[in-house]
Design a protein around this ligand. Sequence first.
Ligand code: AMP
Ligand code: GLY
Length: 417
Amino acid sequence: MKVLIVGNGGRESAIADTVKRFHTDAQIFVAPGNGGTAKAFTNVPIAADQIDALAEFAKDEQIDFTIVGPEVPLVLGIVDRFEALGIKVFGPNKVCAQFEGSKRFTKEFLMRNDIPTAKYASFNSDEVEACVAEVENFSLPVVVKADGLAAGKGVLICESYEDAKKEIREIFSGKFEGAGDTIVLEEFLTGIEASLLCFVDGKTIVPMETARDYKRALDDDKGLNTGGMGGFSPNPIITADVKKVIDKKILEPIITGFQKENLDFKGVLFIGLMIENGEPKVLEFNVRFGDPETQSVLPRLKTDLIEICNACIEGRLDEINMEWDERQSVTLVMSSKGYPETSHKGDVIEGLDTLNPETYLFHAGTKKVGDEIQTDGGRVLAITSLAGNLEEARANVYEELKKIRFYGMQYRTDIAK
Ligand code: AMP
Ligand code: GLY
């Protein structure tokens, strides 16, 4: 079997490893991949947003199965492109990818289907003054969001109306380019966040094990927002009781809504939740695996990932008996110096071959130069440990971390604390 994974991060490394775990003889291509996938698999020098070139490659190479990691190609319509050529691909089509490509699209869907979420208002770029005026109808802090994809930077939590109005004008003036043609204002929700990644086949939604992500760069949730600096799975905030509420108030109406609105969503729906006093509300939808949630969740998967993804495509998810490792996972991300503001590249990474064989190592911002693995900026590596409890898994990853060295290595010391 030939499998193509689109993307180059820690998430794609985890997807490729998980495929390999069940298909030891599979030929795995990663486009464009990283230093780790260059070693373990075959990298293809095509960027994730080059959807025509990727489709051509998949056709020429007779790829049997493609899994798309990042949101950009999904929003660009990579799935429709592959399907038109008759190539099997896992991910939502362009229409359904709007759940990540447009925050307004998602808010309107949530409201129409009575799914709990923050109160909101949305405006186009010809409604600047109306948007500025509306801000004062929200309590402080108020959340200002660029509607489209802004590489994780488009959400601003404003402590004053003045600040919010300034942000609104900047966004409408092109701060986030096309992503800011529409703005969503939101009520600020308090509580604890959780990530729930779900497989969806159009008519059935099956959540994976729960996870938690640490978005801020520094300890104690200080510093700038990042792609995610670590995580763990399962997430104890989602108790059995909360799960029941999620099923009834969120998952069931999502599936009913998809069917009512003829949205043939097939792929991973990532539901960002805020939970307070046992009541979950939807913060956002993503249409793909999370990063680093995937590095925490997939090592616990005991069922063939390709079989699950294939069942999603064929509308047979209800036939799959998904099994999970009972153990707790903890994932720690190591980033390059200065992340997320600046990036340092080209530093040699040492110690990777001294890790305990039971530790999962996922490359992200790395490149292979001769026999060396060097940093390539951003989030560089992630390691995951599984253990009987959170404390043990946490102790393991921090012990393993001591073996890895590169210039300016940056990480949080309070993951899973
Ligand atoms: P989003 O991309 O919409 O998930 O926003 C990124 C992050 O901003 C979330 O993970 C939350 O930490 C925060 N956030 C977004 N919307 C809200 C909200 N309405 N209330 C509180 N925090 C929010
Ligand atoms: N970890 C958050 C995300 O993947 O969007």
